[in-house]
Design a protein around this ligand. Structure first.
Ligand code: 13P
Ligand code: SF4
Length: 335
């Protein structure tokens, strides 16, 4: 780790003043004295090293608003990764997201602040499991949610994200589709298509905790609330919500409809980040923390950029087939 953290000098205060004006309702002043110098130093290193910081919508506001060059859902980050021109890309998100960056941009040095930032969905399935499903459902194409390892993507026909899953499934000719690994996303998609969906029983440990009773309670406690749920939630939760979509689609809904009171049924930092942007909206914050996303912190990002480590690599045998599955997804008009 970095031995000495940079100091909160008057120059740093001045350079970060506009950012603090935005974040002051979310970060106390005492904490800002420690946070601002780290943000300032990361920004300096980004320029010096021609580095780009991509951040998922679940990063904390100091990362999301302070150091990210591009923020978004998995689909947007994959698209940006494919066109990025930087020498270094720091992926502030979980490991499968960093692997996707490396697959789409193999020339760049891809860094992640913590190699242990995993995902319960990615951990739920292996390439051998995919081979088993193909034997069980011969001829059915495999649609793989991007929350999977590079090896599993490489064993798939096409990828999808929560932002384009239905369009990807509908783009296939086959009436039977193997959809892996999220059982809830698969069931939510199955309700919207005539195709037969073969399901793998993986789940997101964050979204599966929400229940329809949580939503009933919210409607009781906060009259008029507009409830939006991520499609990794169980179908009963999605059905009880007013809108379901990827993290970016939820943000677009808030932007377009400007509901006065909102509850985002998803990871905690989402509401914090969106609340910074939409100050007039009352955000109810029922949330579950993703322990993997929360492994990525500002001091670790600084350390990673300084030392250009840990680097994310992908076994060369998986790069081409995984890229084919992701690029096939990116060619489907959606998102
Ligand atoms: P999005 O693609 O909707 O941002 O979701 C990624 C994720 O990991 C949700 O848990
Ligand atoms: Fe994986 Fe769920 Fe965390 Fe997203 S929120 S990274 S799906 S464990």
């Amino acid at each position: 780790m970095t031995t000495t953290l940079p100091a909160f000098t008057p120059e740093v205060r001045q350079r970060t003043a506009a950012l603090y004006a935005k974040l002051k309702n979310h970060i106390p002043e005492v904490e800002w004295a420690l946070t601002a110098p780290i943000i300032d130093e990361i920004r300096r290193l980004k320029t010096q090293k021609n580095a780009l910081v991509l951040a998922h919508n679940y990063m904390t506001p100091d990362i999301f608003h302070g150091v990210a060059d591009i923020v978004g859902d998995s689909l947007a980050l994959a698209r940006e990764a494919a066109r990025a021109k930087a020498d270094i890309i720091v992926m502030c998100g979980v490991h499968f997201m960093a692997e996707t960056v490396k697959i789409l941009n193999p020339e760049a040095k891809v860094l992640i602040a913590d190699l242990e930032a995993g995902c319960s969905l990615a951990d739920s399935i292996t390439p051998e499991d995919v081979a088993g499903l193909r034997r069980r459902y011969p001829g059915a194409p495999v649609v793989t949610y991007v929350n999977t390892s590079a090896a599993v993507k490489a064993a798939s026909d096409i990828c999808c994200t929560s932002g384009n899953a239905l369009q990807v499934v509908e783009s296939l000719e086959s009436d039977e589709v193997i959809f892996i690994p999220d059982r809830y996303l698969a069931r939510n998609i199955a309700r919207q298509t005539k195709k037969t969906i073969r399901i793998w029983e993986g789940a997101c440990e964050v979204h599966e905790k929400f229940t329809p009773q949580d939503l009933d309670q919210m409607r009781h406690d906060y009259p008029g609330v507009t409830i939006m749920a991520h499609p990794e939630c169980p179908p009963e939760v999605v059905q009880a919500a007013d809108y379901a979509g990827s993290t970016a689609q939820m943000i677009r809904f808030v932007q377009d409809k400007h509901p006065s009171r909102v509850a985002l049924i998803t990871e905690c930092s989402m509401s914090d980040n969106v609340a910074v942007q939409f100050t007039g909206i009352d955000f109810i914050r029922p949330c579950n923390l993703c322990p993997h996303m929360k492994k990525i912190t500002l001091p670790k990002i600084l350390d990673t950029l300084e030392n250009e480590s840990p680097e994310v690599t992908v076994d060369p045998q998986f790069i081409e087939p995984a890229r084919r599955a992701i690029e096939r997804m990116l060619a489907v008009q959606a998102g």
